[in-house]
Design a protein around this ligand. Structure first.
Ligand code: FAD
Ligand code: 2HG
Ligand code: ZN
Length: 453
């Protein structure tokens, strides 16, 4: 196996874009949580698909592993390399930020992999359309990253996840060849859905260089309510009442008293005067949405609520600040578990968590929030000593599986949950996934240690 030679890569992307200086490379080698720091021989920053193809060809010939990285906002340790001796580069898409002109007839926009979610939405807005994926990391998370993780976000209840928005894809395979399906057709059943396969592939099958995204209609007038509730089951009654009233549900986000309290302590204005066990943020669209939403809340008889015209950023702030506030509030890096639970079981799961957390040998502060209508809960366990964290995660994920849930709802498997793959998928399923991995990346160069242990 040849040693890494920076000159080979400098000849492809230009010397300034082969980052070997330790200080300059640091931000690419530690993940967003600060939990994982890895090692790489260099960070390579190509500008074009042709450069990515040449980089992968050079890596293949030299046995160099490639860790694709977009905004590095991933929360499962998949965007940074492992800490070992293996020759490795981080391939950053941060210079691949082109956003094409959106097409208002075909309702699509083509972007390079490093374009941020915020940039894609800005382009969509310029033609009166809307990009359906939105998440609090929108200013950093990239097209390639959201496709590679099949990110969810706040509008899954309305439009589905990222995979549902992918019309076409351009990606460089491990052998340096370029796969391109780039057609805005909504109907095209010729062969396997390779763009769909790359959604959720977490950098293990190819480096995504471009995405042709579907755009959706703007929601028009929206209204946002923050509603006090005592039990999670009330969420579903509320959502049903809103739908029955003819309003369209755009987002349904759950928070707990403990989480809202932390965000308010960090300086945000509380929405409601009192404290309830849970607060749910409901965003709806339709004609006169604020008045109609208020009427629905009256009819249902909620104890406390506030309704504002959209976009109601102050209400959204209470939800969107959870991740950063939790990171600052915990004495140790929080254990972050992104799980899905069958909706009828969510209340029981959260109640059990409250009993379990203080009674374990390593008592922790659980903060739960998430995309309630999708059954997606973000369970953050604060203050757990480092040496106890994997046992705590293990216990929690086992409870999720017992309840028929998923150990990864929207963040992916990454390195953090790779050991769970064989526990939650049956042997034929894992064998099929391994066969795909082997066919696309026979030498195991793409993101080793992610998805598969
Ligand atoms: P990275 O973190 O750089 O990479 C993530 C994975 O994708 C890695 O495995 C990486 O190898 C791979 N990858 C990246 N680019 C490419 C490429 N071009 N080709 C192939 N593989 C690639 N996630 C949600 O699903 N929903 C949320 O609501 C949400 N909210 C968040 C809020 C905050 C404040 C933060 C910090 C994170 C949040 N996330 C959320 C997690 C994260 O933003 C998403 O997983 C996002 O999709 C990652 O995009 P990225 O560009 O940062 O990818
Ligand atoms: C969100 O929905 C993200 O805000 C982050 O998926 C979840 O911080 C988390 O646990
Ligand atoms: Zn989320």
């Amino acid at each position: 196996m040849s040693r890494f030679d920076p000159a080979v890569f400098a000849a492809i992307v230009g010397e300034p874009h082969v980052v070997t200086d330790a200080d300059a490379a640091r931000r690419f080698l530690t993940d967003w949580t600060g939990r994982r720091t890895g090692r790489a021989d260099a960070v390579i920053r190509p500008r074009s698909t042709g450069e990515v193809a040449a980089v992968l060809t050079a890596c293949r010939g030299r046995g160099i592993a490639v860790v694709p990285q977009g905004g590095n906002t991933g929360l499962v340790g998949g965007s940074v390399p492992a800490d070992g001796d293996r020759p490795t580069i981080v391939l950053s898409t941060e210079r691949m930020t082109d956003v094409g002109t959106p097409d208002p007839v075909e309702m699509c926009v083509g972007v390079q992999a490093g374009a941020t979610v915020a940039a894609i939405e800005a382009a969509a807005t310029s033609v009166g359309a809307h990009f359906a994926v939105d998440l609090a990391s929108r200013d950093s998370a990239t097209a390639g990253g959201i496709v590679a993780t099949n990110a969810g976000g706040v509008h899954v209840v309305r439009h589905g996840g990222t995979r549902a928005q992918v019309l076409g894809i351009e990606a460089v395979l491990a052998d340096g060849s370029v796969l391109r399906r780039w057609n805005p057709l909504r109907k095209d059943n010729v062969g396997y859905d390779l763009p769909g396969l790359l959604a959720g592939s977490e950098g293990t099958l190819a480096v995504i260089t471009g995405v042709l995204f579907a755009l959706v209609e703007r929601p028009g007038q929206t209204a946002v309510a923050m509603v006090a509730i005592d039990s999670i089951d009330e969420v579903f009654a509320l959502v049903a009442a809103v739908r029955t009233a003819g309003l369209t549900v755009e987002a349904v986000e759950l928070m707990t008293k403990a989480g809202v309290r932390l965000v308010v302590e960090s300086g945000s204005r509380p929405a409601l005067a009192g404290e309830s066990a849970f607060q749910v943020l409901l965003e709806v669209s339709g004609a006169e949405p604020a008045q109609r939403l208020a009427d629905v809340l009256d009819t249902v008889g909620v104890a406390d609520a506030v309704v504002e015209d959209g976009p109601a950023r102050a209400l959204w702030e209470l939800r969107e600040k959870h991740t950063e506030v939790i990171a600052r509030a915990s004495a140790t890096v929080p254990v972050k578990l992104d799980v899905a639970i069958p909706r009828r079981g969510m209340g029981g799961f959260v109640a059990e968590l409250d009993v379990w957390a203080p009674s374990e040998p390593y008592p922790c502060r659980p903060i739960v929030f998430g995309h309630a209508a999708d059954g997606n809960l973000h369970v953050n366990l604060l203050d757990i000593p480092d040496e106890e964290q994997s046992a705590a995660a293990e216990l929690m994920l086992a409870k999720v599986v017992e309840r028929g849930g998923s150990v990864s709802a929207e963040h992916g498997v990454g390195r953090d949950k790779a050991a769970w793959l064989e526990r939650v998928r049956d042997s034929a399923d894992v064998a099929a996934m391994r066969a795909i991995k082997h066919a696309w990346d026979p030498e195991g160069l793409l993101n080793p240690g992610v998805l598969f242990v």
